[in-house]
Write a protein that binds this ligand. Sequence first.
Ligand SMILES: NC(=O)c1ccc[n+]([C@@H]2O[C@H](COP(=O)([O-])OP(=O)(O)OC[C@H]3O[C@@H](n4cnc5c(N)ncnc54)[C@H](OP(=O)(O)O)[C@@H]3O)[C@@H](O)[C@H]2O)c1
Length: 197
Amino acid sequence: MSKVLAALAVSVDGYITGRDPGAGRGLGDGGMLFNWYFDGDTPSQVFDGFKLSAPSARVFDALAGRVGAIVAGRNTYEDSEHFGGGSPHPRARLVVLSHRPVPEITDRQTLVTTGIQDAIAAAREAAGGKDVGLMGGGVVTEALKAGLVDEVILHQVPILLGGGRPFFQALPEHVRLRLVEAVPAPGVTHLHYEVER
Ligand SMILES: NC(=O)c1ccc[n+]([C@@H]2O[C@H](COP(=O)([O-])OP(=O)(O)OC[C@H]3O[C@@H](n4cnc5c(N)ncnc54)[C@H](OP(=O)(O)O)[C@@H]3O)[C@@H](O)[C@H]2O)c1
């Protein structure tokens, strides 16, 4: 069975955006969460234009290479200007999870309105045996609640943003994690956890 992983750039105080994210405003005042994608000299083998430090490139490309489909929450989809009608990942189809119709959806994207289980099932189908990536704190939390997350990766950037959208929202019970790898790199520390079952 393919794995489900949530790998997001996050501040030390747990935010995946700064204040006031949105279409045309990116991550709001938290844009520096993505600086490590571009502040090195090792080109990504998966994402054109990304130049990372050598340790970040190893971690990033290993994860990106596993992903065959992405489930993104409606907020991520809207704030990212619908990913231009395509996907945030050059090799992975986008599944958008929402409770409501999405008039802008294209035939290169899939809309699911019936919940996280169905969204992850649709992504698994599209991924052709590869893994499924999650995007958006709401979606990650829904998937954790449903017991569907296998791995959580924090690309932790050394800043306290003080506000924004959280990586994790309230959960009804504890979720135990096991540290697989911790990789310090320039401008970011990669913390890779497995969800214990
Ligand atoms: N730092 C990073 O690496 C990173 C990565 C990804 C995204 N982001 C940013 O994170 C922000 C979005 O995160 P977020 O936590 O606010 O939102 P999100 O997870 O992207 O989207 C949440 C929305 O998804 C829909 N949804 C969630 N669970 C659902 C369910 N079970 N059934 C149906 N619909 C469901 C709902 O939309 P409706 O009810 O409105 O339909 C909900 O309001 C964006 O600004 C994005 O750019 C950052």
